[in-house]
Structure formats: C-alpha cells, structure tokens
Design a protein around this ligand. Structure first.
Ligand code: IVH
Length: 671
C-alpha cells in the first residue's frame, strides 16, 4: 500500500470516528437534553471534521454532521416537515474569525452598502411556529433541520406565543425563535425537583428542552417558559425587507423580540462583543454569544447559504465562564462502574447563574498536574452543560496534597489501576455500596426504567438497610418493612409500588440501557434493541454480529459480551424476569400483511448510504420481515448496499434474490 493511500485511509477512519461521535452527541444534546460534553468540545470536533472532509476532497454524504443540524426527531411526537429548513449558524470564537467573516461578506457583496444587526444569542432551543390565515396551526422543534417534532400542545402553554396574529399577514407564515427558561423560573423548577426527589436540571437550556418535550402539557404549563422571535421561514419575505424591520414587524404582531444594535464593520462588532461580555450576567436569562446578521434581505440573498448555515450570519460565542474560589477539601467519589474520582469541595461561588460548591478533578494525575492542595485558590469553569471543573491553581494552598486511596473509601476493597488508564477503580463490584447505589440510580432513571419517586435518598436507605442488594430486588421489596420507616407514609409507599409496577414493561432499548453495560448508552441500546428484537437474541449475539451494527466497534462489542458472560449479570437478569419484568419489543407496528416484504427472511449487507443499518433492520421488522445476519437457503432476499462482499457472493451462488438500496427505500416508502 502506498504512503498516500495509507494516509487517506487514516483520514477516512478519523472522519468516520468524528461523524459517529458527533451523531451520538447530537442525539444526547437535542433528543435527550442531557449533553455529554461541553459546547466548546463539540464545536472543536465539528471543526476538525469540517477540515478533514475538506482535506479528503470527496463528496460529503448528506447525513454527515457537517451537513445536518441537530438530530433526527424521536418517535414520541408527531413529525412535522418545516416549510423551509431551519438552518444553523456557523460559530466563531476569536477576533480573527470575525475579521475573516467580515472580509468574506465584503468580498461577496462587492461594494454593495450594508450594515450588521447584532442580537444576543439566547441559550434555549429553536422553535418553528406555523400560522395559517393568522392562526397558530402547529409548533415544531428543530429536529434535524428539515423535520421536527410537533410540540403544539406544550407551546400553547407559553404565554409569550400568540395563538392569533392580528392584521394583514401572509396566508402561511412560519415564525422562528428560541424557547428559553429565565434564571428565576429555573431556580424555582430545580427547587421543586429537589422537593419531589427528582433529578435537578443541569442548566436552564436543558430544563427548557425537557419541559417542551413533556408528553403531558400540564407539566409544561407549570414550568414557566419564555420565547423570543428572531426570524421567519415560509411567507417571511412578504413581511419586511431587512432583519431590523422584520423584528419590528414581529414585535407589532405580539412576539417578544430582543434589543439589537447595529455595526458597520468588524471593529464595531468586536467593541459590541467586549461590552456584552461584561454585561451578559445582568440579563434575566442565559445567552451564549452574539449573532451578527447582515441586515438587508437583498444582501442576505446575494450571500446565500452553505449546507448547514447562512453565509450572511455568524454566532460569536462567549468563552466558558470562569470564577475564582478556594478549595476546602478533596473527597473521593465512587461511580457506577467503580471509577474513583477526586472531587474538590469549594467555597461556594456563582458561575453563570448557578451556585457551585463541588468541581471535578477528573483523576489522580490531575491532582499533581494542577497542584491541588486544600486552601489553594483555583479557577473553576462551568462550560455550559457539563459538571464544573477545576481549571488551574492560581495561588498554592498550604495543606498537603491529598493522598490517592489504595482502598475504596466506601467498601474498602482494594483499588486497581488498569494499564494505560488514568482512572483508578474500586474492585468491589456490586458488593460496594457506592457502586450498587449508583447502579440503582441509573437503573431507575428517567431514560432507563423511569421509576418515579425513587430518589437517591431512598435508594441509599434501601441499600444501607440491606433491603436491596441488586436491581432485581426492587421488584421484590418487603413492603411491610418499608411502611414502618419514618417519612414513608401509606401514600408514598402506594405510589412507589405503583411506579415500580408500571415500569415492569419497558421498551427493550430502555431495559438494555438500564442494565448499565459499559459503553452502552441510549443510542447503542436502541441500535441493539432494533437489531436483535429480543433480549435472548442479544444475549446470544457473537462479536461479529454486534460489530456489524452502526456505532459498535470491537471495544463496545467486547464489553457487551463480557457483561452477558458474567454469571452474576445473568443471574440478575433472570431474577428481573422472574420478578415480572418483561422488556417489550420496539414499536413493531401492526404488520401490514399485504406488504411485499411481510413474512420474508431478509439479510442486509454492505453499507447503506441513506440510513443506519440498524434503522433499516427495525423498519423491515416493522413491515413484518424477519431480518437475519447470515445468508442461507432459507433466505428470501439479500439487500446489498455499497461494498457488499461475501454475503452477496453467497446469495448469488445460492440463487437468492438481490435488491439494492434504492429498491429498499422504495419498499420502505410503500410501508
Ligand atoms: S438566527 C439562519 N438569532 O442559535 C439563522 N439564532 O446556533 C438562524 N439562536 O438555530 C438562526 N438566538 O436556535 C438566530 N438571535 C438569534 C438567536 C439564534 C439563539 C439559536 C437558534 C439557532 C442557533 C444557531
């Protein structure tokens, strides 16, 4: 293999890695409202991908995260196709990037006079409101930019959003804006979450997203959401000829709009940015940057758009907020998988509207690298969505450096450090009370088995009083003992009992996720559920079958197999089933028996361009087909994507019908 070939293979591999990771993060951010990484880390990955795709110089597939916005909508709400796609904004972090942006705009406009309008970038989530004959007909989230989720019932509880537009408006008008939660509403909501032993939201954006995607609009109504309009889709042209005029028009129609400023060049933009950095904290809501838009619509049109975002606008993001405080102590926290993390106990400080009194120090190496001692003055950062972290020491502490534990602070089992890993782990497994408590918390959490009313305090007590030694014990609780506990009234016990009872028929994907298999998050759990259909089939899967699935490499496959080969995990699963838990196959729609693929045994092979393989498998199953992984005489049909290999050859040898991806798409459409 030539050197050039090897390096482009490497490039392709990295591109694929980034695409997969970004898709996962999109899903966590947009669908689950529980991001795993900071906005800054996400942006850095997206930029790397953009750069590498350019470097490779090959056509970029339409589903690459550089071409799409957000994540595909989940299935709980009706899908709505936006009249015009909802674009996103390119991000800039440095002055130079703004100077470049301004230069590009000038070049393309080629002497045409223009000015910029500066708007705060509200940290919420985008909404598309569709009005017909002046009446609000539906409201949809952004989704993947083309198709979003219908959240009309919830949106109608937001007082800022008019149901009717007075006066002369286009027959069809899409108004776009941001739903957000004010700091005051956020504090109120989290206080109430705490009272109800529910998990608090990490920040106002997540709280707004979670509230908007409630299935019960009453819940949304109880959480005060707000809205700012900032743009239009279909029908917008008729409303105004510039962004500033549009905002005035939207305000006259009854929409809240933000204060704006104008600027003539990059210098002016940067001056406005500097001023906003000082005063962003004074607003009643979070903003994560400023948006600069070329004001005049004719100029906007001339500038046009690239795949994901318009060339006439840019988001100038603020850096993560940092504050200085002092370390009071360092404690060691044992997580669900046994990882022992050093955590700094801080003198409480406010960062970005949230009080912070703990910050992660990640791992023992960081203690040394950051010279962590009690009494040290440190910089703490809260990067939007993630847990606060200690960035660096600015004044050394007088205390000693905390000793790295050699045995678990909770169960005293010895501590291990695997080769090549920075993390230290407790070797106690589920006999460690901390690991057990964390596993239980994960098991009952909202996106897993979703057992309401089983908060951390109650879990701790169940473990400490030895009522529960595994997740399966939750379904065989000694209710008479529980009833005698102080603070456990009859009503509470009845509610908990009912919640547990209701959780007994989870979707298979939730159940798989709830098991807490290392490296198996919600996305992978869904893939597995879609591909295997039953728990038994998943437990019997071999490494090759697992690795055929989107997003599952050797490491994840090994972790899944390890999990199911452990005797105590198998026992726990058996006990769960014996206690009445019955995972349900995923959304298998009623089988339309007249569909040409109903009852057929099908094998998918090669790479599909238009949808992940697991999704195709799930959709075929929903049509009543049996999807299997190996070609045999019993196979009716092989669907071959790009680069199909041995399975396609075998099908040809056996004289089995072969279809291509276009045919598959046509069949799916028919369904
Ligand atoms: S304009 C085609 N203006 O930021 C331009 N967006 O990262 C569409 N956002 O999708 C967006 N405040 O959800 C615009 N004043 C503002 C905004 C704003 C917040 C959000 C919006 C958008 C995202 C882009």
């Amino acid at each position: 293999m030539g050197r050039k070939q090897a390096s482009s293979d490497l490039l392709r591999r990295r591109i694929q890695e980034l695409r997969n990771a970004l898709k996962k993060h999109n899903y966590h951010y947009y669908v689950l409202d529980r991001p795993l990484i900071s906005d800054a880390a996400y942006d850095a990955m997206l930029r790397e991908l953009q750069l590498l795709e350019q470097q490779l110089g090959e056509p970029v597939p339409a589903d690459s995260p550089t071409q799409t916005v957000g994540a595909p909508p989940s299935t709980t709400f009706q899908a709505r196709r936006h009249g015009l796609p909802l674009l996103s904004l390119a991000n800039a972090f440095t002055d130079d990037e703004i100077i470049d942006f301004d230069r590009r705009v000038r070049e393309i406009l080629d002497g045409m006079p223009f000015r910029y309008l500066v708007e705060p970038k509200v940290d919420g989530l985008a909404l598309n409101l569709r009005y017909e004959q002046g009446e609000l007909v539906y409201a949809a989230t952004r989704g993947d930019g083309r198709v979003g989720e219908d959240v009309s019932d919830n949106v109608r509880t937001i007082a800022d959003i008019p149901w009717t537009l007075a006066g002369d408006v286009p027959d069809v008008l899409e108004v776009r804006g941001e739903v957000y939660m004010s700091h005051a509403a956020f504090s109120e909501l989290n206080a109430s979450q705490q009272r109800c032993h529910e998990k608090p939201f990490a920040n106002p954006r997540n709280a707004a997203a979670g509230s908007l995607r409630q299935l019960d609009a009453k819940v949304t109504a109880a959480r005060r959401l707000n809205f700012f309009a900032y743009g239009v889709g279909l029908g917008g042209d008729a409303l105004a000829d510039s962004q500033s005029a549009l905002l005035q028009r939207l305000a006259a129609l009854g929409f809240p709009v933000q204060q704006t400023e104008t600027a003539d060049d990059a210098d002016a933009l940067l001056r406005i940015y500097a001023a906003w950095q000082q005063r962003r904290g004074q607003l009643a809501y979070d903003i994560d940057g400023l948006v600069y838009k070329v004001d005049d619509f004719a100029a906007q049109q001339r500038l046009g758009s690239v795949a994901r975002s318009p060339r006439w606008a840019i988001a100038h993001k603020f850096p993560a907020e940092e504050v200085v405080t002092r370390i009071r102590d360092v404690i060691w926290q044992v997580g669900r998988t046994g990882v022992i993390t050093p955590v700094a106990v801080l003198e409480p400080v406010h960062v970005g509207g949230v009080q912070v009194s703990r910050a992660t120090l990640h791992n023992p190496d960081e203690l040394v690298r950051k010279e962590i001692r009690t009494g040290a003055q440190v910089v703490v950062r809260r990067a939007g969505d993630v847990i606060p972290e200690v960035v660096r020491t600015i004044k050394a502490g007088t205390g000693s450096m905390p000793a790295v534990p050699t045995c678990c602070p909770v169960c005293a089992a010895h501590v291990v450090r695997e080769e090549g890993e920075v993390a230290i782990r407790c070797s106690g497994g589920l006999s460690c009370a901390a690991q057990l408590k964390e596993s239980l918390k994960h098991f009952v959490s909202r996106n897993a088995m979703d057992v309401e009313g089983l908060g951390s305090k109650l879990i701790a007590r169940l473990v400490d009083e030895r009522l529960v030694a595994s997740v399966a014990d939750l379904y065989a609780l000694d209710w008479s003992r529980l009833q005698q506990w102080e603070g456990m009234g009859e009503k509470k016990v009845a509610n908990l009992r009912q919640a547990l009872e209701q959780s007994k028929r989870p979707a298979l994907s939730r159940f798989i996720y709830a098991l807490g298999i290392r490296h198996v998050g919600e996305v992978t759990a869904r893939t597995l559920a879609g591909a295997f259909g039953t728990l038994e089939a998943l437990m019997a899967a071999d490494a090759q079958q697992l690795q055929e699935l989107e997003g599952i490499g050797p490491e994840v496959a090994a972790s899944i197999q390890d999990f199911f080969s452990e005797a105590h995990n198998r026992q726990t699963i058996q006990a769960l089933l014996a206690n009445g838990v019955q995972p349900q196959a995923e959304e298998v729609a009623a089988t339309p028996s007249d569909h040409p693929l109903a009852g057929k045994t099908i094998v998918l092979t090669g790479t599909l361009e238009q949808m992940p393989r697991a999704q195709a498998q799930a959709r075929l199953r929903a049509l009543g087909a049996h999807v299997t992984s190996s070609v045999s005489a019993r196979t009716d049909l092989v669907i071959a994507g790009a680069k199909a290999g041995s399975k396609l050859r075998k099908a040809e040898e056996l004289g089995i019908a072969v279809a291509d991806e276009a045919q598959l798409m046509a069949w799916l459409e028919q369904g």
